[in-house]
Design a protein around this ligand. Sequence first.
Ligand code: SF4
Ligand code: SF4
Ligand SMILES: [Zn+2]
Length: 265
Amino acid sequence: MTLMDTHCIVCGTRLTLHQRARGRSCDGWRCREQALGRALEAHRAEAAAALGIDRPADYALFVVPRSERPVVPLPAPRKRKFRAHLRRAAAAAARGEGEAVPAPEGPAEVAEGEGGSAPLPEAETRLLGRACAACRGTCCRHGREHAFLGGLRLARYLAAHPDETPEQAVAAYLAYLPEESFEDACVYQGARGCTLPRELRADLCNAYECAGLKSYRRHLAKHGPVPGCAVVREDNRIARSAFFDAGRLRRYEPAARPARRSRNG
Ligand code: SF4
Ligand code: SF4
Ligand SMILES: [Zn+2]
């Protein structure tokens, strides 16, 4: 065991057993932030070497949460539950009572997403979408059998499609369900991302950005369309990462864990 293992790598304070188990820094927020930054950069360098990527520092680093679920056939009971929710929302919308079926609120981590950020140029906006693909849509696990759709969203759909009945509106939404989706996540979260067109999604879906995505957005706003390196973290540990640019997405997993099967590469 070296001094690096027993002392904070930033300020040199001796670490408690708990601190050592958690990482390599003391509890000071500056030390924790710096230690995290160093760990992320070290991971990016290691991953780039393994993937044969030159100039890893050109890839903007940001952290996204982890959600490992397999992709499975969408179970019939979940489809029925979603259809019942949509029917209630569409019927209320047709009666002019859209508020009677409110859109489900996201849990705290979703609700705190501010959305409403200033729009970026097209290339940067595309890269933001690539960032979510690299993360595999962790926040979408909360969409379950409602996809955050409520009566007011269905009312907007019916206003835009005046020839359609509420049942046709429900059918239009159901037509976008994938055959397979992430287990127990949003019914629309397919292996390659959300299968519902953006213009039909709930406002929350279009506006939400996790802390990692916001930091990448700030980077894009400042530096233009730079590629990204999304690092997936859970319980203070780096699980895997993905490098992406406008054309390619390359994934890296440090240790070959016996992962649960997922088909989105
Ligand atoms: S906003 Fe994008 S990057 Fe963040 S958790 Fe959701 S899908 Fe992942
Ligand atoms: S509708 Fe699409 S964007 Fe919204 S929670 Fe479901 S999968 Fe995610
Ligand atoms: Zn310290």
